[in-house]
Design a protein around this ligand. Structure first.
Ligand SMILES: [Zn+2]
Length: 434
C-alpha cells in the first residue's frame, strides 16, 4: 500500500497552496488557495486573478475536483484556515464534494461573504461545508484527519494530521510562535507523535517579513506608546487578524482611548465571540461603532438587519462625534472614511497614522501610503508577521523529528536543508510516495 502526495502549488511560492493526498479508495485535498504570485515570486497579472480557471493556470488541475472525473474519488477538501491564499478557490469545488473547515474559518468566510464584493464571495463553497472540531478526529474513507488549533494571523487556523495506510502526514498550514496563542505552537510536537512526512511553511525565510516587532505583545506596547499623543490616531490593519485586533483593543484600553470600528469589524468580533469569550467586545468597554452606509445595506441585504440595533446601536458613533473628540479617538476604518474624517477634523498634521500590515503590501499597492502623505500625519509602522520565525520552526522540527520534511509556502525551499534535517525537495506536480 502506498500513499501518494502531490503539491499542486506551493513548493516555490507563498500562497495558492493545494496539496493532494491519495491512497487506495480515495483522495483528499488540503487547501485550494488563490495564488498570490508566480512560482519564484513574480507578479501575477490581475486579470488572471480576476478570472481564475484551470485553463489560465490559476486553478490547479486536480483530477475529479477541478478536472474531469477520475477512478479514485476526491472524498473531501480540508481547509487549514480562511486566508484567501488558502481558501480563495473553494467555489471551484463541485457541490458533491464536502469542504471541511473549522467553525472559526466558517465564521470568517461567512462574514466576508456579507461584506466583501462578489469576487471574494465564497457563498457557493459554504453551501457544502462541514465543520470539524479541533483535536476531534474525523474519517474520510481510509483517511483519519485531526485538526490542531494553531497560532496564526487568521483566527481558527489549523495544522492538519492525516493518518492513512499506517502513515502519519502533518501539514503545518500557516503557523507562528509569537502571537497570542503561542502555546499551541509549542504544544504541537507532543500532540502529533511520530510523523512520516511533514509539509511545513517557510514564509519568513529570506528576511523580508520582520517589520521590527518580535511578537504581538511588542505590537501592543508599540501602539500604546504611539497613542499617547493628544491627537487622532488612524490605524490600517487586517480585519481578520484577530490577535492584532486584541492588541489594538488592549492598547486603547491602557491609554483610555476610544476605539472606533466599522460595522464589518464589530460584526466579525461578535461572530467570533462564540469561540472565545475573552475576545472583545465586553460590556461597557471603549469600542464605538461607525455605520458606513454600504455596510449597513450589506447587513440588511443578507438578512442581518437586526444587527444594526441593540448593542450595536448603543455604541453607534457619527462622524461629527468622532471629530468633536478626535484627540481621544483611535480610528480603525477604511482609508476612504479616514480621508473624510481627516477633511472634517481639518488640522491633522499632529495626528499619527499607524500602518499595521506587512510592508510587502505597500510595495504592491503604494496608494496605501497616500493618506498620511496627503494629510501630513506622522507615519508609524507597527506590525509583526503572521508567520513563524525560522528559529522557532527549527525548534519545532527538532521536537517533531519527521522522517521527511517538505518545504511549502515559501520562496526559499532550496535553503531548507541548511537549517533542517531530512528535507525532501519536490516540485509542483511531482508525486511523492510514502
Ligand atoms: Zn495564512
Amino acid at each position: 500500500m502506498t500513499v501518494s502526495i502531490k503539491v499542486h502549488r506551493g513548493t516555490d511560492a507563498i500562497g495558492g497552496t493545494c496539496i493532494e493526498v491519495g491512497a487506495e479508495g480515495g483522495r483528499i485535498v488540503l487547501d485550494l488557495g488563490m495564488p498570490l504570485m508566480e512560482n519564484g515570486g513574480g507578479d501575477i497579472p490581475k486579470e488572471l486573478q480576476d478570472d481564475p480557471s484551470t485553463a489560465n493556470g490559476m486553478v490547479p488541475s486536480v483530477e475529479g475536483l477541478t478536472e474531469a472525473d477520475h477512478a479514485t474519488p476526491v472524498l473531501g477538501v480540508i481547509l487549514s484556515h480562511a486566508h484567501p491564499d488558502h481558501s480563495g478557490l473553494l467555489n471551484h469545488v463541485p457541490d458533491a464534494i464536502p469542504i471541511w473547515m473549522s467553525g472559526e474559518s466558517r465564521a470568517l468566510i461567512a462574514t466576508g461573504n456579507i461584506f466583501y464584493g462578489e469576487k471574494m464571495c465564497l457563498d457557493a463553497a459554504l453551501k457544502h461545508t462541514l465543520i470539524f472540531k479541533h483535536e476531534d478526529p474525523f474519517d474520510l474513507g481510509p483517511f483519519r484527519i485531526t485538526s490542531f488549533l494553531m497560532d496564526h494571523s487568521a483566527f481558527g487556523s489549523s495544522s492538519l494530521l492525516i493518518e492513512v495506510e499506517g502513515k502519519r502526514i502533518l501539514y503545518s498550514g500557516d503557523l507562528r510562535a509569537h502571537g497570542r496563542k503561542k502555546a499551541l505552537f509549542w504544544g504541537l510536537p507532543q500532540k502529533v507523535g511520530h510523523i512520516d512526512c511533514m509539509f511545513m511553511e517557510g514564509t519568513t525565510f529570506g528576511g523580508k517579513h520582520h517589520d521590527g516587532f518580535d511578537d504581538e505583545q511588542a505590537v501592543e506596547e508599540g501602539m500604546a506608546k504611539a497613542f499617547s499623543a493628544d491627537h487622532a490616531t488612524f490605524v490600517l490593519g487586517s480585519g481578520s487578524n484577530v490577535d492584532w485586533l486584541v492588541s489594538l483593543y488592549r492598547a486603547c484600553k491602557r491609554t483610555n482611548k476610544t476605539l472606533v470600528l466599522d460595522l464589518y469589524q464589530f460584526y466579525l468580533l461578535k461572530q467570533l465571540k462564540q469561540f472565545s469569550k475573552a475576545l472583545p467586545p465586553h460590556k461597557g468597554d471603549h469600542i464605538r461603532v461607525f455605520y458606513p452606509c454600504s455596510q449597513a445595506k450589506a447587513l440588511d441585504r443578507s438578512g442581518n438587519k437586526s444587527f444594526l440595533y441593540g448593542d450595536t446601536l448603543a455604541r453607534k458613533i457619527s462622524r461629527e462625534e468622532i471629530c468633536a473628540s478626535a484627540g481621544n479617538m483611535v480610528i480603525r476604518l477604511s482609508v476612504y472614511e479616514m480621508r473624510r474624517l481627516a477633511e472634517m477634523i481639518g488640522d491633522v498634521e499632529q495626528s499619527v497614522f499607524i500602518y499595521s500590515m506587512w510592508q510587502g503590501y505597500l510595495e504592491r499597492d503604494p496608494s496605501m501610503a497616500e493618506f498620511p502623505r496627503n494629510y501630513g500625519c506622522e507615519w508609524i509602522s507597527i506590525h509583526t508577521s503572521g508567520h513563524a520565525w525560522r528559529e522557532d520552526l527549527q525548534k519545532l522540527t527538532q521536537k517533531i523529528a519527521p522522517d521527511r520534511l517538505v518545504p511549502i509556502h515559501t520562496l526559499q525551499g532550496d535553503d531548507f536543508s541548511k537549517y533542517f534535517d531530512n528535507v525532501v525537495r519536490i516540485q509542483d506536480g511531482e508525486e511523492l510516495r510514502l
